[in-house]
Design a protein around this ligand. Structure first.
Ligand code: PLP
Length: 456
């Protein structure tokens, strides 16, 4: 055990202590512990954070795509402080003002009849519980989910996930069957138009269900717009087609809006873009911009009715924690009063969309620009003609050098980039100003010159 004596006042000394203790005692997510060098962060406000040396970064990642209203919003900070003074914590079996009000505000904004809210501490637990609800509601065992998806790192959620982070935890016995969702730029169906991609992806999904046996399939779990896997907007007709297939075969549709919910795409929920209402919707992140851990499942009337007289066999000590719920109430209030959802839509239409397309014209390393609202991806390629990714799928070490060089150039220029495989995502807080976003695009412009060097 290390005892932590008085902190020295000098920032460089504080930085050294913070780093030393981190390296000694903090075990980090998704990392080889001996190979990482986490930046010591001294503070954050709005769309920026800074280190102890005074270097400021424009956060093009919103943390892990959660600070939709930016860092340290004074109204949310005050609401958390006020709730702490009033009732810091309380067990989930009671009716608590902050919890009731958060549930009402969320239910009023989720689409359709998703009017009951089960609170969790984050996104993965929301997916776990949505899957449990679907299985109990239908009495069926299997879950269908898409390749190129991320649904969380807990037991079931990681098995529902369709990316390499699943592999080390894949039990092969989780009852999950994966299928290809539409992605025209790298079509699994050799499609050349959106209409073809939609039609073939729906046919593939229905055939998967028929050959698995529809009576064995409880739910289809989909990110409304796959996020970490590449921000691939589903083509017109796809999600309504999935809804229709679910209805026809008695399958529960779960839309995972952990990343897309609460304004990220320029709507409260991305499902609104496609006029689709799921049976269950998972959320987290933007619900309170991550100020206090919170997630949940919004539940349709039909599924809620299953548990009206029969107990729901799931729960969490901190379900609907008062501090997290008070932060959600304040965050949703801020989003309404400051027009944050509209702001995200405008940021995409007026600044990020046109700005990123202009970068694509200048840089051969940009294969495709995709996105909406404050939710964009640049798909980087070695060769525009073949669309060969700038780095191989799931590359690490030397093979990943082009993306590492790109990321280093962004940081050097004062932008903290979101980098995943051969992509960079531009996912700043929805509250980012036009001038700030343009400043970030200028840094990307310079960093893409570095990526261009690796093209053929
Ligand atoms: N679902 C989606 C779509 C996500 O993007 C994430 C996290 O990035 C999760 C679920 C898991 O959420 P958490 O990390 O809060 O468990």
């Amino acid at each position: 055990m290390t005892t932590h004596a008085q902190q020295p006042a000098d920032p460089a000394a504080v930085r050294d202590t913070v780093k030393a203790l981190d390296r000694a005692h903090v075990f980090h997510s998704w990392s080889a512990q001996g190979l990482i060098d986490p930046l010591a962060v001294a503070g954050a406000e709005g769309s920026y954070f800074w280190d102890y040396d005074g270097k400021r970064y424009l956060d093009f990642t919103s943390g892990l795509v959660f600070t939709n209203i930016g860092y340290q919003h004074p109204r949310v900070v005050a609401a958390i402080q006020e709730q702490a003074g009033k009732l810091t914590t309380f067990a989930p079996a009671f009716a608590i003002e902050a919890r009731s009000e958060a549930a009402r505000l969320i239910a009023e904004r989720t689409p359709g009849d998703l009017d009951k809210i089960f609170f969790t501490n984050g996104g993965a637990e929301a997916v776990e519980n949505a899957v449990r609800m679907a299985r109990l509601h239908t009495g069926r065992p299997k879950i269908l989910s898409a390749y190129r998806s991320y649904h969380g790192a807990t037991g079931t959620a990681i098995n529902v996930t369709g990316d390499p982070r699943r592999w080390p935890s894949d039990s092969g016995t989780a009852g999950v069957v994966r299928f290809w969702a539409p992605f025209l730029f790298r079509s699994a169906f050799h499609a050349t138009t959106e209409a073809e991609e939609t039609e073939r992806a729906l046919r593939h999904l229905e055939e998967t269900i028929v050959f698995e046996g529809a009576s064995t399939v409880a739910a289809i779990v989909l990110e409304t717009v796959p996020g970490t896997a590449g921000i691939m907007l589903p083509p017109p007709g796809y999600l309504p087609g999935v809804r229709e297939i679910c209805d026809r075969y008695g399958i529960v549709l779960v839309l995972d809006e952990v990343m897309t919910g609460f304004g990220r795409t320029g709507r409260w929920f991305a499902a609104e873009h496609f006029d689709v209402v799921p049976d269950l919707l998972t959320f987290a992140k933007g619900v309170n911009s991550g100020y206090v851990p919170l997630g949940g499942v919004a539940i349709s009337e039909r599924i809620a009715a299953t548990f009206e007289k029969r107990p729901y066999p799931g729960g969490l000590t901190y379900s609907g924690h008062p501090l997290a719920c008070a932060a959600a109430v304040a965050t949703i209030g801020v989003m309404e009063d400051e027009g944050v959802v509209e702001r995200a839509a405008r940021l995409g239409e007026a600044v990020l969309g046109p700005g990123l397309r202009a970068l694509a014209e200048r840089h051969p390393s940009v294969g495709e620009v995709r996105g909406v609202g404050a939710f964009w991806a640049l798909d980087l390629v070695r060769d525009r003609a073949t669309r060969e990714p700038l780095v191989p799928y799931n590359a690490s070490g030397e093979a990943n050098a082009p993306m590492a060089a790109f990321a280093a150039a962004c940081k050097e220029g004062g932008v903290w980039p979101f980098v995943n495989m051969n992509r960079t995502h531009v996912v700043p807080p929805c509250t980012t100003g036009d001038a700030e976003a343009k400043e970030g695009l200028a840094v990307l412009d310079a960093a893409l010159t570095v990526a261009d060097r690796f093209t053929v």
